[in-house]
Design a protein around this ligand. Structure first.
Ligand code: F0G
Length: 370
């Protein structure tokens, strides 16, 4: 397999070639093409703003990167004869699992932390027809419960502890390398919660290097919210011990205190000479507002990337000249309650009201009213 094959598929019209996951199929899953359950997904855009690249995984069919792993996990679930799939989720995995289960004709049962799932994500999960079990407890409690339920009741688990999820999520990295014409960046920056992506990204980079698709190894920067930072705490101690915390952050997607993919994520950071950073809720919300105002937009967890870049640049870990790709993991509309209440003024349907406001703005705003 060479990158030429992947580049040819990018201009093909076949559904599985259009999928940014199955375009790399030989390196994802050994499967008969007719068995693949694809929306299709992936093939997301890469934006460049102020010298930083943003790979927008919120442009997947259900609005988050989870679709890349889910297409593989659900394909495998059907191959194994599963009738129902289950996951614990802060909302994006559940939306994705529900959508792919619906496509495949499987039942989806999702375990979510009560009251802690963003509105858009819950709406999707219900709309796609999943059974929602709201667990009185946090994500970590929901995760423990679904692990027990899947073992005792034999339901197919589609959390990222499922290795097929990781195989799909590797393609985020391969596709961004392809976007850059296989000329690797210096850094790939990713939000870190349950650590599925951090695990997948390291594996993807090692495989890309071993296959000769890239000749230089980018460094991974995994960014956590300061209130949900067990991985950062371990990194600071050179991974001497695993930490668990009671998590609290405005970025509900990564409100996780005991990440399941810890060991694989440690291997990823080591293999890529990577770093782990933490950012406060204020820092990540400022970065989110800035990404929104670039006209790109993302949900809070995704903005840890830009906040992390700012911190790592200030610390001299990243240089201004470094080529950096931030992976935006979820869509702006996933979490409408986290959007800054901007300029909204109610007026009478009368031109004089418009004139009055614009005149007022012109006198206080140097940029003028329009
Ligand atoms: N960004 C978003 C938007 C997410 O939804 C998640 C995880 C992450 C980042 C963190 O990725 O877990 O691979 O380290 N969401 C999971 C869910 C937990 O249930 O939707 P990770």
């Amino acid at each position: 397999m060479t990158t030429d094959l992947f580049d040819q598929r990018r201009v093909s019209r076949k559904l599985i070639d259009l999928s940014g996951v199955w375009r790399f199929r030989e390196a994802v899953l050994d499967v008969n093409e007719s068995q693949i359950i694809t929306h299709p997904e992936g093939a997301t855009r890469m934006y460049e703003r102020d010298g930083i690249f943003f790979k927008h995984e919120g442009e997947n069919p259900t609005g988050s990167f989870k679709d890349r792993g889910m297409t593989v996990a659900i394909t495998q679930a059907v191959r194994e004869g599963a009738r129902a799939v289950a996951c614990a989720s802060t909302g994006n995995t559940s939306a994705s699992a529900a959508a792919y289960a619906a496509q495949a004709g499987l039942r989806a049962i999702v375990f979510i932390p009560s009251g802690k799932v963003a509105t858009g994500k819950l709406a999707q999960t219900l709309a796609y027809g999943a059974l929602c079990l709201q667990v009185r407890g946090d994500f970590d409690a929901a995760m423990r419960l679904v692990l027990e339920a899947s073992q005792k009741l034999g339901i197919y688990l589609v959390n990222s502890i499922n290795p097929f999820r990781i195989e799909g999520q590797k393609t985020i990295v391969w596709e961004l390398l392809q976007d850059l014409e296989w000329n690797p960046p210096d850094w790939i920056v990713v939000p870190a919660g349950n650590l599925g992506n951090t695990s997948a990204f390291g594996k993807a980079l090692v495989e890309a290097r071993d296959a000769g698709w890239i000749s230089k190894m980018p460094r991974l920067a995994a960014i956590q919210a300061a209130g949900a930072n067990p991985f950062y705490r371990s990194f600071r101690e050179n991974f001497a011990q695993r930490h668990r915390v009671a998590a609290e952050t405005v970025a509900s997607a990564i409100r996780i205190g005991d990440p399941v993919s810890y060991d694989k994520a440690v291997a990823s950071i080591r293999a890529t000479n990577g770093v782990v950073e933490e950012v406060t809720d204020d820092e990540l919300m400022i970065a989110k507002r800035d990404i929104d105002r670039m006209g790109i937009g993302c949900e809070p967890a995704s903005a840890t990337t830009l906040a992390g870049v700012r911190k790592l640049r200030a610390a001299g870990v990243m240089r201004d000249s470094d080529r950096i790709v931030c992976v935006l993991t979820g869509h702006l509309l996933k979490d409408p309650d986290a959007i800054a209440k901007g300029d909204i003024i109610e007026i009478e349907p009368d031109i004089r009201a418009v004139e009055k406001i614009l005149h007022h703005r012109a006198t206080e705003d140097t940029e003028g009213p329009l």
